[in-house]
Structures are given as C-alpha cells and as structure tokens.
Ligand binder design. Structure first.
Ligand code: DGL
Length: 277
C-alpha cells in the first residue's frame, strides 16, 4: 500500500548515520584499508588513528596488544565512531574477540587472505608474509587448518618491514634488501601465491610483485575488508547519507609532522593532529 511504501522510505532516511567510522593501525598500514573503504564507501567519514607511539605492535605481547587495542577502540568511540575497523592484522589476531565483547559498536577486523589464496593456488604452495606476532598466532593457524588443508603454507615473519615503512623507506635499497631476504625462502619453496598478512605490506606491493615475478599472485585482503564493512554498516543501518561530503580526520599518538610527511609520500596528503590515548 501507499502507506507501507511511505514507511519504508521514512525508515531508510532514519537509518542513514552521518557519524564517522573509526579505523586504527599501529601506523600507516591502515592506509591500504582506507583506500579501499574510500573506493567502496565514498560517503563515509573516517577517523584514522595511527598509534605510532606504540609501533610496531608485531613485536609486543598478545596481552599488551589486546589492552592497547581496547584503549584505542574506546578513544575512537569517545570521538563518535559508529563502527570500528581494526586495520591491522596483528591487533586483529590479538584483540578482535575482546573488542567485540567490550565495545558497543560493530567491529570489523583483518584476516590474512588464506582462504582466497587456497582458491587461487595451482601449485598448492602458498606463502604468507606477516609480523612476528601474527605469524605465530592461533588465528592464522586456525585459518590455515580450516581453509588450506590441501595446500602447503609457508609463513614468513618479517620483523623489519613495518619499521622500515614507518621510516619512509618505501622503495630504497634497505627495503629492497629486506624484501629480498623475506621472499627468497618462499620463492625457493615455489609458492605461486603470496598473501600480504600485514596492512603495511600493500603499501609496497609493487616492489613485492616485482621481486616475486609475474607468475606469483600477490593477495591483498583490504578490498574484502571494505566489502565486509559495507555489509556490517548495512546490517546495522549505519551507512552515511548519500549526500555526505566525506572527510578523513587524521590522528597520531606519535609526531603529527612526521606522519604528515609519510602520508604525503604515500600520496595521501593529510594534516594529522596529536592524540593523547
Ligand atoms: N599494520 C600492522 C599489521 O597489519 C602492523 C603491525 C605492527 O605494528 O607490527 O599487522
């Protein structure tokens, strides 16, 4: 009826939510996720927190990462976030269950792309690049067990990559040498798929692809995370209004000037503010 038609329209309007999505990482890694969110959900405002003072997460204990993620999540909620994206594999592996239990907004996290890799591999040999903490996480072990039983999965921890990228080393000889060291053992195992198991790594994906060669598929899970965020926003009626001109608010627990420089080098000009978390 006309009446119910009207009601539908009213509730659709009422369901638009202009509040920002909160997104955090230990540093600039979340940018690889933010880019995909911008493509798929161009109307959403984002509060981006780079927890640079605590970077790298990947060398800390699970307990420490968990507590810190909760603190950061609460900080973003206090600034009006309607949903939280944990744009960090290490924090997701350590803290996702806790964040979901403790925070009153929907939480979307990262997952190393083991499932898509298992579907892509022809040789049955998959490489995963990750931070030390993610590499040894139960979450990764469970994913491999669940989705890649038929394949051989080689997990390479890459302790130096996050610090190098945070220092702005995006293509120089130090990055190249580190990537070479991490990729060599995987290529020696003749993997034909390499999973980027840390959100910083897609920022240097072109270098990784060049070192792997054209036969190897390099998989970035960020587009899937953006799709998951879209689904979750829809489920909870949290999408931004169609007319919203979106913006990103940049925050860091480290040096705003340094983050500003790094963002510019990564093609994302922004003027970060100092966050006391
Ligand atoms: N981008 C984070 C991740 O996805 C890096 C963690 C770290 O700071 O070591 O794991």
């Amino acid at each position: 009826t006309q009446h119910s038609g009207l009601r539908t329209q009213d509730s659709a309007l009422a369901m638009a939510d202009p509040r920002p999505v909160g997104l955090f990482d230990s540093g600039v890694g979340g940018l690889s996720v933010l880019r995909e969110v911008g493509v798929l959900l161009p109307r959403e405002d984002v509060l981006y927190l780079a927890d640079t003072a605590w970077c790298p997460y990947g060398q800390r204990s699970v307990e420490e990462i968990c507590q810190r993620s909760l603190q950061v999540g609460r900080w973003l909620l206090a600034r009006g976030a309607k949903a939280l994206v944990v744009a960090c594999n290490t924090a997701s592996a350590a803290a996702l269950d806790t964040l979901r239990a403790q925070l009153e907004v929907p939480v979307v996290g990262m997952e190393p792309a083991v499932k898509p890799a298992a579907a892509l591999t022809r040789s049955g040999r998959i490489g995963v690049l990750a931070t030390p903490r993610t590499a040894e996480s139960e979450r990764l072990a469970r994913l491999i067990q669940r989705y890649a039983r038929e394949a051989r999965v080689f997990v390479q921890e890459c302790a130096e990559l996050v610090p190098l990228i945070e220092q702005g080393e995006l293509g120089g000889p130090r990055l190249e040498a580190a990537l070479g060291r991490y990729l060599e053992p995987l290529l020696a195992q003749q993997v034909d798929v390499v999973v980027l198991g840390c959100t910083h790594y897609p920022l240097v994906q072109a270098r990784i692809q060049a070192l792997c060669g054209p036969e190897v598929q390099v998989v970035n899970p960020a587009p899937a995370v953006a799709r998951q965020l879209a689904r979750v926003l829809d489920q909870h009626g949290l999408r931004a209004p169609d007319t919203q001109p979106s913006q990103v608010d940049w925050w860091t627990t480290g040096s705003p000037a340094q983050l500003g420089q790094l963002l510019a080098a990564l093609g994302h000009p922004g003027r970060p503010s100092q966050a006391a978390v």
